[in-house]
Design a protein around this ligand. Structure first.
Ligand code: PAF
Length: 279
């Protein structure tokens, strides 16, 4: 696997790469979830590119940009073992040289939930991903379902702007106790880590009610909240039952598929998770 840091080097590699190219954009500190995206890209494409870039424009002023975990050497080893051909790990100046101004204004799908709590977050995500697509020029790009709103935002951007990249959503990878893999799990203390299973437990409560025929969106949200409220170390930021494409909140009777999602604080660490409730 080659590791490059400049747009120019990626372009040179891309010109010589035959067949289809699958792309896995990441912010590094990789876990089994990222590895599963690379493996899927490996199966679907002739060549695989991954990027590691902690994108400053998607962090708010009070968020964790400075303390976001980084370990590029370890990431490189994991990517290589998963069958990645090229690692693009640019410095911030390469992505945002002096005078950089353009942004992608996403629209309504970016407004609620994460977008409401993290103003500017999806503008930063959409802008950097579109820029990475322009640099790598992949045929397909792979994103985890764990960031369900990010997936919906990127699908919308690609559709609205006719970007010739297929956005592929991949299943959330979980720890044996149900906690969704996330680089931010590394912030949790031992007690918080134990309590963090509450997200999956709350989502499973909604899933079980749904399987039992419950369709009242209020009842489904209440079932999730009840589990979260019973965990003293957890503080719910939001609990949602929404349309998975528009992220519009369901009112009254929910229709399938519905996205049950939540953001929860454990101490200073904010975790998100979701489950798709299908027919
Ligand atoms: O999901 C992430 O890690 C990031 O939001 C992404 C897509 C790599 C953009 O910086």
């Amino acid at each position: 696997m080659e590791r490059v840091t400049t747009v120019r080097d990626v372009r040179a590699w891309r010109r010589s790469a035959g067949g289809t190219v699958g792309f896995v954009p990441t912010m590094g500190y990789l876990h089994a979830g990222h590895v599963s995206l690379v493996e899927r890209a490996r199966r679907d494409n002739g060549r695989v590119v991954a990027s590691v870039f902690v994108n400053p424009t998607q962090f708010g002023p009070l968020e964790d940009l400075a303390r976001y975990p980084r370990d590029l050497e370890r990431d490189q080893g994991l990517l290589e073992a998963a069958g990645c051909d090229l690692l693009f790990a640019p410095p911030a100046e390469e992505m945002y040289p002096a005078g950089f101004e353009a942004v992608v204004d996403v629209g309504a799908v970016a407004a609620p939930l994460e977008g409401q709590r993290r103003p500017g977050h999806f503008r930063g995500v959409a802008t950097v991903v579109l820029k990475l697509f322009g640099i790598v020029q992949p045929d397909r790009a792979y994103f985890g379902q764990k960031d369900a709103q990010q997936l919906a935002v990127l699908r919308k951007v690609v559709r609205d702007l006719d970007v010739p990249v297929e956005v592929v959503g991949c299943p959330t990878v979980r720890e044996p106790d149900g906690l969704a893999m996330s680089s931010r799990n590394s912030y949790l203390s031992l007690e918080e880590r134990k309590a963090a299973t509450v997200l999956f437990r709350a989502l499973c409560a909604a899933r079980d009610r749904w399987a039992g025929g419950e369709r009242s969106s209020d009842a489904l949200r209440a079932a999730m909240r009840a589990i979260l409220d019973a965990e003293p170390l957890a503080r719910a930021d939001y609990v949602s039952l929404a349309d998975p494409l528009t992220l519009r909140e369901h009112e009254g009777a929910a229709t399938a598929p519905a996205l049950a999602s939540m953001a929860v604080f454990l101490g200073r660490t904010r975790l998100i998770d979701n489950l798709l409730l299908e027919v």
